[in-house]
Write a protein that binds this ligand. Sequence first.
Ligand code: ZN
Length: 313
Amino acid sequence: MATVQTVLGPIDGSELGVTLSHEHVLVSMGNDAKAYPWRFDWEATRANAIRELKEAKAGGVDSLIDLTTPDLGRDVRFIADVARESGVHVVVATGIWRDVPRSFWTRDLDEIADIFVREIEVGIEDTKIRAGAIKVANDMGGVSPEGERILRGAARALKRTGCPISTHHWAPEEVGRRQVEIFQEEGAPMDRICIGHSADSTDVGYLEELLEAGVWLSMDRYPGSAGRPNWEQRNATVKALIDRGWAHRLMLGHDYAPAAVLAGQPQPPTNQPTRYLFVSTVAVPALLAQGVPQETIDLMLRDVPRRFLTGEE
Ligand SMILES: [Zn+2]
């Protein structure tokens, strides 16, 4: 079996178990955590993240794909610490989110790929922690010129390493179409690419068009937020795609991050279940009640993420 790079080193794909497709362990926008460390209560932030991941593990989540990039405040040492304490396998990412650093605006596309490849093959920063996925992001208004450079660099890094790409996309404007187009122009293998935040659309026709291009879909951002589809609507879209025969291309997740606790602020409440468990405690039982078989749930929570991460059948 193929191996998967996690923040604590390579594991066999068979060890992944239930895997959430798009999550975060810590998000501290931009460079804030490193530039203004005094703003954060690091002990409380660490304790809270460990508590939530332990709770996720106890609730049946074995692994998660953490798609935090440098411009989202990626801190792989923090993630390694929390993964070790909680027992959850965490795959970390190279790539860039929406805040493309100025240095990437003119950098040669192959040099962008070089940076991603280094984080995939050698390690992130001065650690030996290797990225297991490449994150890219395009939001409202579509693919910006600098966003396009990241997509092309990511496609080239995928072609050189086989490391899969997972996107953030603004589904209401169907930005996934342009992402797919650019990846196709670069000759990237479409079966190594996942179009994320796809459950922000309820347009099954649009999502099916993406699937027909050969990509995976991350049906995440459960339970939804104001102005976006709620969890029942997300489930309805997932169910419609299952009914059309696409379960073998779908993964589920929340795009959740435990709170980064600010200094002098109250501790996050510990009496609410972690949102990492919303899919397995609310969304999945509802899908089962609607007649989706357990084996289809296992396909989306276990087999699809494993195939996506390893490239194996
Ligand atoms: Zn995210």
